[in-house]
Design a protein around this ligand. Structure first.
Ligand code: UGA
Length: 434
């Protein structure tokens, strides 16, 4: 099938590449001339494990094309995916100007029937708005479908190729058939394609992310309670997670969720609720808990150093909001850097992928280590903010030998508390028995 993906950001590029992988002919359109040049020359513009190989192959075999020209890009396409940014506006609601701008242009240039698909995360009612924007000028028939993505950064290719489910929101039989054919190769193992109306599909995406964020904030509060009551959150997590109704996943406490999705989507759903005069109390609490959780380690650090961090030096491992990505949006590490430096401490940082992105945001406020162990030089303590695999089984002798004090504050519960005790570390983590 010939398809077009408008927007070559994270979702657009992963979707376009993965659609090409099953034999579709994909044209990706973007207004960024530089990006289109880079992509056409075989340069992958985002970090995502497994993407490069697929990208190179499909580009070489002629199934992936890039252009800045929307009219040329959609010429022979049957389906047009809109994978455009929906940044939060000042009031927290999703800004639809990119999507509606492209919809307006599409209306003017459509020459034959097309299925236009909202792939971006968009508030309930957007398919209607996109339909209206296209219809204003369109002289041909078209259908607008809501098809939210459920890709996780770091495993997006796998999530796309073998989705748990595909949600397709449309009231058109014609569009339903085309979308079903397009996704058939991805659900061969029997995972469901769930058809529904447009609004339900739009809400499904927000409900999924908000529910997962709720699970995390809930566990983060349970972890706080564990510390106060003398219980161990690892035990409680395992105790409740083996109940199928609760599930084992997304029950790991830590120093808060980050990234470009959960914070933005929870906020946008609260905003949508407000617009229909509903106060979504649980989600307000989820956001509130998460804001506080990002600084969960700070009182522990202050306490250990007698409330005085002036002149102290910290090693910080992990800057990305989670492992296997260079994404630092809403990353807890940034909040920690801010608090530590405000308190008069200096910080040396290390991350396997996100160093350049952090340099762009915090500049010379911190020093950048070449290596995770070099980062420990002269540090009074090590702080861990992201659970990268390389941090999971470190050389503890080297850590002991390099740190000034054998002190670790671990925001991701990477090590066994008993082991750390044996090794003679002062070790503090999240919600576990000391
Ligand atoms: C999330 C969803 O998982 C995807 O399904 C969705 O498609 C995507 O948002 C999106 O809307 O585009 P992502 O933001 O890439 O994906 O990251 P996750 O792996 O879901 O992690 C989110 C945050 O939750 C991270 O900060 C992570 O550290 C935190 N987390 C996750 C916990 O604190 N505890 C857990 O048990 C799990």
């Amino acid at each position: 099938m010939k398809i077009t993906v408008v927007g070559t950001g994270y979702v657009g590029l992963v979707s376009g590449t993965c659609f090409a992988e099953t034999g579709n002919n994909v044209t990706c359109v973007d207004i960024d001339v530089n990006k289109v040049k880079k992509l056409s020359n075989g340069e992958v513009t985002i970090y995502e494990p497994g993407l490069e190989k697929l990208f190179e192959r499909n580009l070489k075999e002629g199934r992936l094309h890039f252009t800045t020209d929307l009219e040329e890009g959609i010429a022979d396409a049957k389906v047009i995916f809109l994978a455009l940014p929906t940044p939060p506006g000042e009031d927290g609601s999703a800004d639809l100007s990119y999507i509606l701008g492209v919809a307006d242009k599409l209306g003017k240039i459509l020459k034959d029937y097309k299925v236009i698909v909202d792939k971006s995360t968009v508030p309930v009612g957007t398919a209607e708005k996109v339909t209206a924007a296209i219809a204003k000028h369109a002289k041909v028939e078209f259908d607008v479908v809501s098809n939210p993505e459920f890709l996780r950064e770091g495993v997006a290719v796998e999530d796309f190729m073998k989705p748990d489910r595909v949600v397709i929101g449309t009231s058109s039989e014609r569009a339903r058939k085309i979308m079903g054919d397009l996704y058939a190769p991805y659900v061969r193992q029997g995972n469901p394609v769930i058809y529904m109306d447009e609004k339900s599909a739009e809400l499904t995406k927000y409900a999924a992310n908000s529910f997962l964020a709720t699970k995390i904030s809930f566990m983060n509060e349970i972890a706080i309670l564990c510390e106060k009551l003398g219980a161990d959150v690892d035990m409680v997590r395992r105790g409740i997670g083996s109940d199928d109704r609760i599930g084992k996943r997304f029950l790991f406490p830590g120093i808060g969720y980050g990234g470009s999705c959960f914070p933005k989507d929870v906020q946008a759903l609260v905003k949508s609720s407000e617009e229909v005069a509903y106060d979504f109390r649980i989600l307000n609490a989820v956001m509130d808990v998460n804001e506080k959780q990002k600084l969960f380690l700070m009182p522990k650090i202050f306490n250990y150093f007698n409330n005085d961090l002036k002149g102290k030096h910290f090693a910080l491992w992990g800057l990305a909001f989670k492992p296997n990505t260079d994404d630092i949006r809403e990353a807890p590490a940034l909040y920690l850097i801010d608090e530590l430096t405000k308190a008069g401490a200096t910080v040396s940082v290390f991350d396997p992928e996100a160093m350049n992105n952090v340099k762009g945001v915090v500049g010379d406020k911190v020093t950048y280590a070449e290596h995770q162990y070099e980062c420990l030089d002269n540090a009074d303590a090590l702080i861990i903010a992201t659970e990268w695999s390389v941090f999971r089984t470190p050389d503890f002798d080297q850590i002991s030998g390099t740190l000034k004090n054998k002190v670790i504050f671990d925001g991701r519960n990477l090590f066994e508390v008993s082991r750390m005790k044996e090794l003679g570390f002062h070790y503090e983590s999240v919600g576990r028995l000391a």
